[in-house]
Design a protein. Sequence first.
Length: 173
Amino acid sequence: MNSNTTARKHVRRTALIAGLVAAVALPLGLTASARASVPAPGKAAAVAPRSVSGTPGQAMTRVADFYGAYIDAKGDYEDPDAALATVLRTHYLTVDFAQRLTAWEEENGTDGVLRAQNVPARWTVTDNGAVGNGHEVIVTLTFGSEGTTQRTRLFVLLERYDRIADISTASSR
């Protein structure tokens, strides 16, 4: 056997071993990453911590702060905090809109901020850009769980001074 034949056998053997390692390791790696991203029910997962960021004066952050705090106040089933929900509305809504919202709630028999009688399981906040002298943010509320979910999209209009001036189911654009 010459050295050229020995070298080819070595390269083929190395390629075969690398292929086998990849064939075994790749599915294990995918399974491990899938398991890490979806925690088992009732068990804490070892995943990287998530973060949320925002800046004062940013419309999207302001609306996210309001909806997060409002849903927390309304959604604590053991001890909902109606006083906190009222204070949040006073702080975040314009006086004119707060009055219009109260009238809308009396007419429709539901919470005007959430446009529902219950609280959502999840929500997302998305920037929708400038509208006139204000800014519009889309809030998507997801009600229910697993296979029985319903989504509601709300268009939240902030005035120039970062107060919520309107919440509707249609864009102001």
